[in-house]
Structure formats: structure tokens, C-alpha cells
Design a protein around this ligand. Structure first.
Ligand SMILES: Nc1nc2c(ncn2[C@@H]2O[C@H](COP(=O)(O)OP(=O)(O)OP(=O)(O)O)[C@@H](O)[C@H]2O)c(=O)[nH]1
Ligand SMILES: [K+]
Ligand SMILES: [Mg+2]
Length: 427
């Protein structure tokens, strides 16, 4: 096993930069530079030198084999975060025999191989590094701390118990089975099936938290949609004018509302039109509005939108500086009512995000669907009687296998490259 090293903190000037070394030679390499090492897990101040050349003054931190992030022997050099200092120390490490620069995600990959993290936790770590909003941070931390593993372990234990009960009846197939195990087996299968069904239902909300919610502003031409988008975004993202039909393309602005990642969409004013280009814009507006998680209908006076708001959509009266109506009133021009609008959006989104469980991505959905299908077969076989026990046992094994794959315990190789492609060097 190679000993690998890399800068673990971001590139560029900083107060402190951390270089991580992991593998059988990690302490040896750190000792080459630092002379002596502090006790494991105790920080020690050391001068780093190589071949008589002074490199930096650093805090050195060592972790024992089996008690580190990667599961291997690890040393961390906390050095001054100058670009030249980082380069000098990395260069010095490269001169030590048996050391090489880590590949992207390689530290985490070793943590997975050494079972310090399961595959879902690796995904959680990747999400945590990417997290930009409070909701994303909390969700990623929950996954990183092993919430998926805990849930799956519970399901797996039930399936193993069910499998053992079914297997016990196989030998009795031709005779009278002493006790009928099927009620308990069915109960176990149903408990897991219900748990999976529930998580499948909640995965959409978790995906929205990860990827962000789409909120579309829709309404008639000149209602003031683009002016409102600019006011919410705090910049002139969209062109506004007194000409009806100004906006044609869908304009996207990424922002955070109430701790949630949101893509706010400005769309073409909805009306019947003979203008070919505007008509394409109206088509796009309708399409994106349909796909959005939330629609904000901006009304101007007594106008009626081309499509009707649905339950859950927000209806807002614009240009409140000219006239006010019953309900929520805003003015993109003066900023009046914007805070209320943001709270209303926030409330809707927190409602949509509330249902999130611990499964967060398509890979989890696929694995759960596979397990779900196998459990349905197992249930059928159990109901058909004890002479079908072998088939029931096989289906239960398949369900358990699908759940193990979710944690990366089996069938993992083909997934790793894709998952680690989002990691960079030093992670
Ligand atoms: N008084 C007042 N005028 C506004 C307000 N918001 C927009 N306007 C004016 O209304 C006109 C249309 O504004 P836009 O923001 O371009 O309207 P839009 O809905 O994006 O229009 P289209 O893209 O053509 O569908 C412009 O002249 C704006 O200055 C507002 O809150 N108060
Ligand atoms: K306009
Ligand atoms: Mg517009």
C-alpha cells in the first residue's frame, strides 16, 4: 500500500494549510521532516527541515493505524498557508521514498476500503463539502453520521431473521412443519416493506434540499415579474421595460431563502400572441412553471392569468405602490412587501422539505426499489405455502443484497469512480 499525501485545505493564501499524509510510511515521512513526533492525537510544534533546508514551523498531529480518518497511520502537518510554503513542503514529501501525491478522493476511498465510512457516508461527506445552505448542511451531516447505515441495518436484521425462519422450514417441506412461521415472516417482511415505501416517498424532498427548489414567477406581460425578480435577487438579472413581452427566455437566479437553496425563475408574460418568438417564450414559461416546486402568481390589477394557480401556489398582487388589494401585496419598484413574500415562500418550501428522510439520491432509490421488488416476491412465495420456502429464502437474500449494496458492501466497484469523481485532491 502506497503512502499518499496532499494538501487537505483549499489552495491559495491562508493563515494555516493542512497537509495530510496517510499510509504505512506516514509517521516515518513526518519524522523525516519534523525530527521527532508528538504522541498520537497530541499536537506538537516542530521545525520542518529536509536535507538541512528549513521549510517551516508547523503543528504536527499524528493518528494511529485504525484510529484515523482513513483507518491508516496518518500524520497532519499544519503549516503556514503561503503558496510557497505549501509548495516547499509538498516538494519535500515527494522526495521521500515510497510517498506519492494522492489522487482525487483517495483519502476518502481508503476510509471506505478500511470500513471507517460506508458508501452512503461517503456520499454524505461529498454533500457536506458541497453544502451551501443550512438545510443542505444538516441533511449531509445526518447522512455522514451514519443515518442510512442505521436504518438499513435495522431492515437487514429483520430480513435475516425472516430468512432464518424460512430456511428452517425447507427441510420439512414434505412433512408437517412443527410450527407455522409464516405469520412472523410476513410481519417482518411487511415492516421492512413499509419502511422502504416510506423512505421512497420522502426521497423527493431530500433531493430538493440537495439540488435546490425551483420557484417560478408567472403572470401576464408587464405584471412586473422581472422587476420583482431583480428586487428579490438584489441585482439587475433580468431586463425590465414598459414593453409588454420583454422577457422571452427563462432567467434563473440562484439564491438562498430561509436556509434552502432556491433557483428563482423569471418567465415570459403569459398571453396569447402572434409573435413567433414571444410564443416560444410563453411555451417555455408554461413548461418550467409546471415543473417548478412553487409558483408565484404575480397579478397586476384585475387581470386573470392564462393558467390558474393550484393549491399550494402563491398569489401576490404587484405594483402595490399604485394600488393595494386583498391578500399579499408587493412592489418590486419600492421593495414594499418583499419581506412578507420571502416569508411566504420560506414557509411553503419548509413544508415541501419537511418530509425528507435519510435517503437522498437516485442511487438510494434504485437500491430500495430493487429490495422492494424482491420483498414482494418473497411475500408471494410465503403466502403460497412452505413448499415454496426455497424461493422465498432466495428473494429475501436478494432484498438483503440490494440493501447491502446501498451501503457499498457488495457490488461497489462500478459505483466508486462515479462517486469519487466529485471529490478533489486532498479529500
Ligand atoms: N409602479 C410600479 N411599476 C412597476 C412595478 N414593477 C414593475 N413596474 C413597471 O412595469 C413595467 C413592466 O415591468 P417588467 O418587470 O418588465 O414586467 P414583466 O412582467 O417582466 O414584463 P414581461 O417580461 O414583458 O412579461 C415596467 O415599466 C416597470 O417599471 C412596481 O412595483 N410598481
Ligand atoms: K415588460
Ligand atoms: Mg419580464
Amino acid at each position: 500500500m502506497d503512502t499518499i499525501y496532499a494538501l487537505a485545505t483549499a489552495r491559495g493564501k491562508a493563515g494555516v494549510a493542512v497537509i495530510r499524509i496517510s499510509g504505512p510510511q506516514a509517521w516515518f515521512a513526518a519524522r523525516e521532516l519534523a525530527g521527532t513526533l508528538p504522541e498520537p492525537r497530541i499536537a506538537g510544534l516542530r521545525r520542518l527541515r529536509l536535507a538541512g533546508e528549513e521549510l517551516d514551523e508547523a503543528v504536527v498531529l499524528c493518528f494511529e493505524n485504525g484510529a484515523s480518518f482513513t483507518g491508516e497511520e496518518v500524520a497532519e502537518l499544519h503549516i503556514h498557508g503561503a503558496i510557497a510554503t505549501v509548495s516547499a513542503v509538498l516538494r519535500a514529501l515527494g522526495q521521500i521514498d515510497g510517498l506519492r501525491l494522492a489522487e482525487p478522493g483517495e483519502f476518502t476511498r481508503r476510509a471506505l476500503e478500511n470500513e471507517r465510512l460506508d458508501l452512503a457516508q461517503v456520499e454524505g461527506l461529498s454533500d457536506l463539502i458541497e453544502a451551501e445552505t443550512e438545510a443542505q448542511r444538516k441533511q449531509a451531516l445526518k447522512v455522514l453520521s451514519g443515518a442510512v447505515g442505521a436504518l438499513v441495518e435495522d431492515w437487514r436484521a429483520k430480513l435475516i431473521r425472516a430468512g432464518a425462519l424460512v430456511e428452517a422450514t425447507i427441510d420439512f417441506a414434505d412433512e408437517e412443519v412443527p410450527v407455522d412461521v409464516s405469520p412472523e415472516v410476513l410481519e417482518l417482511i411487511d415492516a421492512v416493506t413499509a419502511g422502504i415505501r416510506d423512505e421512497l416517498r420522502r426521497i423527493g424532498a431530500a433531493e430538493r434540499i440537495r439540488e435546490g427548489f425551483e420557484v417560478a414567477i408567472v403572470g401576464r406581460p408587464n405584471a412586473g415579474k422581472s422587476t420583482l425578480l431583480n428586487a428579490l435577487a438584489g441585482r439587475e438579472a433580468a431586463i425590465t421595460s414598459e414593453v409588454a413581452g420583454t422577457t422571452r427566455d427563462v432567467i434563473e437566479v440562484r439564491m438562498e431563502i430561509g436556509g434552502q437553496a432556491v433557483t428563482l425563475l423569471d418567465t415570459a408574460g403569459l398571453r396569447e400572441t402572434d409573435d413567433v418568438v414571444e410564443a416560444i417564450g410563453v411555451e417555455r414559461a408554461l413548461e418550467r412553471a409546471r415543473q417548478s416546486d412553487l409558483r408565484v402568481f404575480l397579478l397586476d390589477g384585475e387581470e386573470v392569468p392564462l393558467i390558474a394557480p393550484e393549491p399550494g401556489d402563491l398569489v401576490v398582487h404587484g405594483k402595490s405602490d399604485i394600488a393595494e388589494h386583498d391578500g399579499l401585496n408587493v412592489s418590486g419598484k419600492t421593495g414594499a412587501g418583499l419581506a412578507e413574500l420571502i416569508s411566504a415562500i420560506e414557509e411553503r418550501l419548509s413544508g415541501l422539505g419537511e418530509g425528507a428522510g435519510v435517503m437522498t439520491r437516485e442511487r438510494h432509490r434504485v437500491a430500495m426499489q430493487r429490495a422492494f421488488g424482491a420483498l414482494e416476491s418473497a411475500r408471494d412465495e410465503v403466502l403460497r405455502g412452505s413448499d415454496r420456502s426455497e424461493l422465498a429464502a432466495e428473494s429475501l437474500r436478494q432484498a438483503a443484497w440490494a440493501l447491502e449494496a446501498l451501503l457499498g458492501r457488495v457490488d461497489v466497484e462500478n459505483l466508486l469512480d462515479e462517486i469519487f469523481s466529485s471529490f478533489c485532491i486532498g479529500k
